[in-house]
Design a binder for this molecule. Structure first.
Ligand code: ADP
Ligand code: MG
Length: 200
């Protein structure tokens, strides 16, 4: 009987907006390429900031990436070249459906190194999409903090600065900022546009 392949690993990079998730993902991808690992990187097409063919950080670092509409598209783009790929990177993974979880499990089982970066919580402070489950099954979880734009403390939250209750509002700059627990106010008062403290 043939030996099963040595399992790969799942590394999750998480935290609020501006915490350096994309920077850290790009850093790991670049180091892997220096080590002559063959890398494929993907992002959901909801994130069209800067480029369709790369991932980018707020500090303008970039890495080539394929934009895909959903997990099925990711699978279709990846599998024909899978023999030639050692490491699969995914940015903005919170925007993918839960189908990303069995895909991650599959890739680990056949020996791939998988690095997934994404927000752990929404603007309402709630767990975001598949990220909590991916954190649970990961080999390593790197939880980064940003800098609170009110007081400079470590920030674990993403503050939405507009009214919208839509889960996803992407792109326009100035819509979000990083906040610490003390300065995070998930709900805006509809009438006054003033920040309203959540009821506890
Ligand atoms: P993420 O992918 O987590 O949103 P990025 O990797 O795109 O983060 O960007 C991180 C960079 O954003 C930092 O290196 C810094 O240059 C910049 N930045 C802007 N605002 C902040 C903030 N409030 N806290 C930390 N970094 C910030
Ligand atoms: Mg990012």
């Amino acid at each position: 009987m043939a030996d099963s392949p040595t399992p790969g690993v799942l590394e999750v990079i998480t935290g609020p907006m501006f915490s350096g998730k994309s920077e850290e993902l790009i850093r790991r991808l670049k180091r892997a390429r220096i080590a002559r690992r063959r890398v494929a990187c993907f992002k959901p097409d909801i994130d069209l900031r800067y480029h369709r063919t790369s991932i980018a950080s707020h500090s303008a670092q970039t890495h080539d990436a394929t934009t895909v509409a959903n997990v099925e598209d990711l699978r279709e783009a990846l599998y024909p070249q899978l023999d030639q790929i050692d490491l699969i990177g995914v940015d903005e993974v919170q925007f993918f459906s839960p189908a990303i979880i069995p895909l991650a499990v599959e890739l680990i089982a056949i020996g791939k190194r998988v690095i997934m970066a994404g927000l752990d919580t929404t603007f309402a402070g709630e767990p975001f999409g598949p990220v909590p489950n991916l954190m649970a099954i990961a080999d390593t979880v790197t939880k980064l903090a940003a800098v609170c734009m009110v007081c400079g403390a470590p920030a674990i939250h993403t503050q939405r600065l507009s009214h919208s209750r839509e889960l996803v509002v992407v792109g326009a700059s100035g819509l979000y900022e990083a906040r610490c627990r003390a300065h995070f106010h998930p709900f805006l008062d509809d009438q006054t546009s003033q920040l309203k403290l959540p009821k506890v």
